[in-house]
Design a protein around this ligand. Structure first.
Ligand code: 4NP
Length: 155
């Protein structure tokens, strides 16, 4: 059974699509595409159907990563799937995820896997405009996350 990694933020246009694209790239580089499926979703439905924010698309492109996904909102069923790691960007996302599903053992915050100590929440660039900082945090933590999943799953 394929392992799923689902990144979750509020709008699914800034942070979680960035994490999805970066993590997918790391999975590809590790040759684990057949073992790990990567996706993202939002806790809101405010931007459903829209492409990622221009700031996210720009910094991904600058780092040679393509992304063509569009925003969708999470559904309750996918949160309780045994093979899905649900990775929240901030405390508010995490709280919402945990209120939608009783299964909490595979719910994490992305920066739990960070080597930096800047804080536990990925700051929202929709408000701050600082997509560079977010990219740095996301990339570092995605590396840690992949390592943790490889260890846990024995792959
Ligand atoms: P995201 O950022 O959760 O990282 O996708 C946001 C996107 C849109 C809004 C807020 C945050 N919004 O208020 O529309």
């Amino acid at each position: 059974m394929k392992i799923r990694v689902l990144f979750v933020c509020l709008g699914n246009i800034c942070r979680s699509p960035m994490a999805e694209a970066v993590f997918q790239q790391l999975v590809n580089e590790a040759g684990l595409e057949t073992e790990i499926e990567v996706d993202s979703a939002g806790t809101s439905s405010w931007h459903v159907g829209e492409p990622a924010h221009p700031g996210t698309r720009k910094i991904l492109a600058r780092n040679g990563i393509s992304y063509s996904g569009t925003s969708r909102s999470i559904d309750r069923a996918e949160l309780s799937d045994d093979h899905t790691y649900v990775i929240a960007m901030d405390e508010s996302n995490e709280r919402q995820i945990k209120s939608l599903s009783q299964k909490h053992d595979r719910v994490f915050r992305l920066l739990e896997f960070s080597t930096q100590t800047a804080g536990r929440d990925v700051p929202d660039p929709y408000y701050s405009g600082d997509f560079d900082l977010v990219y740095t945090l996301v990339e570092d933590a995605c590396r840690g996350l992949l390592k943790a999943i490889k260890d846990w799953e024995g792959i």
